[in-house]
Design a protein around this ligand. Structure first.
Ligand code: GLV
Length: 401
């Protein structure tokens, strides 16, 4: 078989695999087969007893629609604007660390898929490629950058300046990572804080990794990338993900002063991520945020934090109509997107859903997940008698308990 036809066979096989994926849960199951256990569990898992992780999904299930019949809505509109930027649907991609371990397309694949879908990627600080590279290789369009608080103000200032220079339109400050959440599965797997691929660990891991040959061969061809392209340590070397988490753990908590500090340096909107109460939403706005993301970090930080969809209405009410409220954590279906918008969100972000797509098909897999979301939203809009996502409000849902 000649090389081009091998490529063709591979492309066809990938297309067939992606066609068989009909929802996020299918993608998760396929990703579970593809990824080494430790990596799968890193993406999949939540903190401690995963109460918040489970609650995120359940709270969406506890809302039901109030559909309207007898209306003809041939082509419902699901485009909207977020901070004045038009998006083809109210779904952005969430910033997630470790994506280049999941697939060599990594952060680039997620950003390119988001751009192809006509929406905004939120590119993570903990990316496996530099923010400049993403900016250079993702087709022109809106993109935001996500920032943690780093102990070293020079590092923070450098990232803000670089993101500015590279044309990122908004800066997303993550507030809920004072320390890393207690993810016991990662500790059991040896995933966090001490993992390094070196000769010794490679030998030790080999039997487990060998069970995932497709992932392993991609990972090896990609040069076994463990470092974080954006973050240099005190020695000027790029940091590995665990080392960055350790450093974040050594830092103080991000404060409202940090938000003001970023607002004064970044010439663009500041978005605060990780808000779960009305008071904090008001604080974020007072510190200069023009938008907030209601998030419990996908249930990965404080176990026992509320489901985001449950606290969304009080936050929307607290900040008023001039502040955009976005939501992540627990979005698995197009219906969840519609419920979030009915409760006052401007748009949602998907993290794990995109990661599972990436695991099984790289950029094409993320595109598939965004297509699935879009198709689900459209179908439900027709079934609901809803012509435009911008018309969603609290009258379209009720609590079913
Ligand atoms: C990092 O923020 C993570 O959730 O793993």
């Amino acid at each position: 078989v000649s090389a081009p036809s091998l490529d063709l066979l591979r492309t066809r096989a990938l297309a067939r695999r992606l066609e068989a994926v009909l929802n996020v849960s299918d993608a998760r199951a396929a990703a579970r087969r593809t990824l080494p256990k430790a990596l799968f569990e890193y993406v999949d898992g939540g903190a401690e007893d995963e109460l918040t992780l489970a609650r995120n999904e359940r709270a969406f299930h506890d809302l039901t629609f109030r559909p309207r019949m007898g209306l003809i809505n041939a082509e419902p509109k699901l485009g909207t604007t977020v901070l004045g930027t038009p998006v083809s649907m109210p779904v952005l991609t969430a910033p997630c660390g470790g994506m280049r371990l999941v697939h060599p397309d990594g952060d680039m694949g997620v950003a390119r898929a988001a751009a192809a879908a006509g929406t905004i990627p939120v590119v993570p600080a903990a990316a496996g490629v530099s923010l400049e590279e993403v900016a250079a290789r993702v087709p022109a369009g809106p993109r935001w950058f996500q920032l943690y608080r780093f102990h070293d103000p020079k590092l923070m200032a450098g990232l803000v300046e670089r993101a500015q220079a590279a044309g990122y339109q908004a800066m997303v400050m993550t507030m809920d990572t004072v320390v890393p959440g207690n993810r016991e599965q990662d500790r059991r797997n040896g995933f966090s804080y001490n993992m390094r691929i070196n000769a010794r660990s490679a030998v030790r891991q080999a039997p487990r990794l060998a069970r995932h040959p497709a992932w392993l061969s991609r990972f090896v061809r990609d040069g076994m990338p463990f470092e974080l392209a954006n973050i240099a340590g005190p020695d000027g070397q790029r940091m590995a993900l665990p080392a960055m988490s350790r450093m974040a753990a050594d830092s103080q908590s991000p404060t409202w002063d940090d938000v003001e500090w970023v607002r004064d340096r970044f010439h663009g909107p500041v978005v605060v991520k990780g808000i779960l109460t009305a008071d904090d939403a008001r604080r974020a706005v007072n510190a200069g945020a023009v938008a907030v993301i209601v998030s419990n970090h996908g249930g990965r930080q404080l176990d026992g934090a509320p489901a985001t969809i449950d606290v969304l209405p009080e936050i929307v009410a607290a900040v008023g109509p001039d502040v955009a409220v976005l939501l992540d954590s627990g979005v698995r279906r197009g219906n969840d997107v519609l419920k979030a918008l009915a409760q006052g969100a401007r748009a949602v972000l998907i993290g794990r859903a995109a990661a599972w797509g990436l695991a099984i098909g790289g950029q094409a897999g993320v595109e598939r997940m965004l297509d699935i979301m879009r198709a689900q939203i459209l179908r439900s809009m027709r079934l609901m008698g809803l012509t435009d996502v911008c018309e969603l409000n609290a009258a379209w849902v009720e609590r079913s308990r």
